[in-house]
Design a protein around this ligand. Structure first.
Ligand code: 2IP
Ligand code: CA
Length: 377
């Protein structure tokens, strides 16, 4: 399955290009940000366009993976539906056509006849990315495509992507908000058990090329299958006596914030946007754990980064199950799985991580936050 990993790295880079083009090309960017200046009649159209960028990326990934691995075609899931109602009330199904011209013509029907924007978007979709430098040589994963499913989050932290704040990232520092929180997430799970076995994360806005001033991205990947645990990120070294650091959503419950402040001190409690980004901070060692008490994330947010954490010896547990489990953090049943919907819910909620989550690298750090939270939730 090293071929699948190489393909996902390539399509994630194509997705990152689409995300960058939508912000760099004026005709597309205007559509993206029109909501701030547009009047009500455009609101629906602009909402469509923002979601269209998501849908186009998702359909592009679905198209490319299904073409190379037909056995996976029915098991490639994403956040968005590809059915659109355009400004004329026509229902349009967004797909990637076999030629760029056909894709542009289709997109123009969603973009109110804006052929300039449609052509720019279609070009980014059909353009092959630059070669991806990733050391996957010699990687042999004993899995077959017919055993696997995929979760796609085309652009996680959409709000940060639209707002577009630019931060110059400093090595070793977590930045709470900005374009760098926007991530393309592609996670692969075992259909039989729901375990995450492979993950690709692309950060389209990692830094600005000092020469041309254009955004450059960065990718991260991991494979965790049986005894094979490989990650493009090396396991961070925990400083001696560094103390536990926690990253939270800015909308986390005060009772959780208070309990964790008492545990690790106010300086070690951080906040950031993006569910995927917060798990990436744990992967990179910018935080030790990410705690979320709400069911506000979904399988597409957590599957990809979960695979990287497993490759590093960590994981992502269901917080409620963890608090209720009699066998504590060693219970394998508390890890999030990705193959079964919650049948008591409807729509996207069927795939929510209802019980909240804790992302961790080291189970001893997971164990240390359970105590203070046990009687609070
Ligand atoms: C969102 C996004 C938000 C996150 C929310 C996710 O996904 O990651 O940032 O909220 O839970 O579902 P928060 O920033 O408070 O962690 P999307 O942007 O794809 O809707
Ligand atoms: Ca998301």
């Amino acid at each position: 399955m090293a071929d699948l990993l190489r393909l996902l790295l390539r399509v994630a880079e194509k997705a990152a290009n689409v995300a960058r083009v939508c912000r760099q090309e004026a005709p597309l960017f205007q559509l993206l940000v029109q909501e701030k200046t547009g009047d009500d009649k455009n609101k629906k159209f602009v909402q469509d366009f923002k979601t269209l960028a998501d849908v186009v990326i998702q359909e592009m990934i679905r198209h490319d993976v299904g073409a190379q691995f037909p056995e996976m075609a029915g098991f490639i899931h994403g956040e968005e539906s590809n059915k659109f109602e355009n400004g004329l009330g026509e229902c349009v199904t967004v797909t990637v056509c076999s030629t760029e011209e056909e894709t542009a013509a289709l997109l123009a029907t969603v973009l109110g006849g804006d052929h300039t924007a449609a052509s720019l978007l279609a070009r980014a979709i059909h353009q092959d990315p630059a070669t991806i430098a990733a050391d996957t040589d010699g990687l042999a994963v004993p899995l077959s495509p017919s055993e696997l499913g995929i979760w796609i989050d085309p652009i996680d932290a959409t709000s940060q992507y639209i707002e577009g704040r630019e931060e110059v990232l400093e090595e070793g520092r977590l930045f709470p908000s900005g374009l760098h929180c926007a991530l393309v997430l592609i996670g692969v799970y075992l259909r039989s058990t729901g375990e995450p076995v492979m993950g690709v994360i692309n950060q389209p806005f990692n830094y600005k090329d000092p020469a041309g001033g254009r955004w450059k991205g960065k990718h991260f990947w991991g494979v965790s299958c049986g005894s094979i645990n490989v990650c493009s990120v090396s396991r961070p070294k925990d400083g001696p006596g560094a103390g536990l650091s926690v990253v939270l959503s800015s909308s986390e419950k005060p009772v959780v914030k208070d309990a964790l402040t008492s545990l690790c001190g106010p300086d070690k409690l951080m906040f950031a946007s993006g569910a995927g980004y917060k798990i990436l901070c744990v992967i990179q060692g910018l935080a030790d754990v990410y705690v979320l008490s709400e069911g506000s994330t979904f399988k597409w947010d957590s599957c990809a980064p979960h695979a990287l954490l497993r490759a590093l010896g960590g994981g992502v547990v269901d917080l409620n199950k963890c608090l209720q489990s009699s066998s504590g953090v060693q219970d394998p049943q508390i890890e999030l799985t990705y193959h079964q919907p919650n049948t008591e819910r409807k729509g996207a909620e069927r795939w929510a991580n209802h019980g909240g989550l804790v992302a961790y690298r080291d189970s001893s750090q997971l164990r240390s936050i359970i105590g203070p939270l046990k009687d609070k939730l």
